[in-house]
Design a protein around this ligand. Structure first.
Ligand SMILES: [Zn+2]
Length: 377
């Protein structure tokens, strides 16, 4: 007897339904997969992509396109759907609480471009603190200046109220701690770098010892018996400068170079005994506050004339030192800024690029450092 396999009509119906479900599932699955791939191509991380899919935001994100802030938003547990259109306009910064802080700043009433400005002027900690305060009044005025610091906002406002300087000067002066008492709560620097800035608000500790100190050969010394050390780049630049000056008939020599922290303590004591505390306070750099501890400074002298400002070498240095990377560190016209009376003989090596900029723009190294070298934190 021939057996025919025939399904019951009800079973057949169930199978058809199952087939349709599987087909739909496959279509959706491959659709999502291809969408995931296109998000990946736009630079979104796997973590961000799964959150984008989960939140049904594939279309919105594809429309936004490549965007690091949006990527960070979808990676973050702080993501807020209503803020997506702001996230996409905020310039990305690598900060731990980026999205959390953006949310807070939106709540305070800042617009995307203002939030970008805020994020660019501080680290995670600075931004977190700033996001807690009420919306500030003079955001753009100060933070359109590249080297303005978020954490100094109140000081800018207070300084302006007192001094009525323009915004750029205000920012520069506050960053230089002009609103603080000299020698009080200075920044303490332990480690050597060639471009280190030392002034009455920034001191070197006992631990700060320059690297690559070289002894100055006696032919470059004013007093042949001195033992003077300077950083090797200072020595090689000085050699070049001295040789060129000689061609012009000027004979420049070195009178002083590196002074250790202990040397400075000893000097202060000597001067105190000889001239009294008042003299020390006015004319002797306090231990740790002398630029000579950097190894990057020299006091120069003329071979033949004992008072340097009366020598031809003085004028030659004023005209040419920057060509060799040296700057007059405490010029007459800048006493207000450097905090030092003019020292016509004290030169700092900063390299040719910086020296030329400082010379051409008639600024001090303090200002140059704040504008270009200080880390924004
Ligand atoms: Zn000096």
């Amino acid at each position: 007897m021939k057996k025919t396999w025939k399904l019951k009509p009800s079973v057949l119906k169930k199978l058809k339904v199952a087939g349709i479900v599987i087909a739909v599932f496959l279509v959706v699955f491959s659709y999502i997969n291809s969408e995931k791939n296109s998000l990946k191509k736009l630079g979104y991380s796997n973590q961000a992509i799964s959150s984008i899919v989960q939140k049904w935001q594939i279309g919105a994100v594809k429309e936004i396109g490549e965007n690091k802030t949006v990527n960070a938003a979808f990676e973050s547990k702080d993501y807020v759907q209503d803020n997506l259109q702001v996230y996409k306009k905020v310039t990305y910064q690598k900060q731990k609480d980026l999205i959390k802080n953006i949310n807070k700043l939106i709540k305070k009433g800042y617009k995307a471009n203002e939030i970008s400005m805020i994020l660019a002027h501080g680290n995670n900690e600075d931004v977190s603190a700033f996001a807690k305060r009420k919306k500030v009044k003079y955001l753009e005025q100060y933070f359109s200046i590249p080297y303005a610091k978020l954490k100094n906002y109140d000081r800018y406002v207070a300084y302006y109220d007192k001094e009525r300087e323009d915004a750029e000067t205000t920012v520069l002066h506050v960053n230089m701690d002009f609103d603080q008492e000299e020698y009080t709560n200075p920044i303490k620097i332990d480690t050597f770098s060639e471009d280190v800035l030392v002034n009455k608000h920034r001191m070197l500790t006992e631990k700060f010892v320059p690297k690559q100190l070289k002894e100055v050969p006696s032919e470059y010394l004013k007093n042949k018996n001195d033992e003077i050390m300077v950083h090797q780049s200072v020595l090689s630049a000085f050699k070049r400068m001295m040789q060129e000056a000689l061609k012009d008939g000027k004979h420049i020599l070195i009178n002083s170079g590196y002074r250790s922290y202990q040397d400075q303590l000893d000097t202060m004591e000597l001067y105190r005994e000889a001239y009294g505390q008042n003299y020390v306070d006015n004319y002797v750099a306090k231990a740790g506050f002398s630029e000579h501890q950097t190894g990057m400074s020299i006091d120069v002298a003329s071979q033949d004339v004992s008072i340097f400002v009366e020598s031809e070498e003085y004028g030659w240095m004023m005209d040419h030192a920057y060509e060799y990377g040296f700057i007059l560190r405490y010029p007459k016209s800048k006493e207000e800024i450097t905090g030092y009376k003019c020292e016509a003989w004290h030169y700092r090596y900063v390299g040719i690029k910086a020296a030329k900029y400082i010379h051409d723009h008639n600024i001090t190294y303090d200002e140059y450092y704040m504008m270009f070298l200080e880390k924004n934190s």
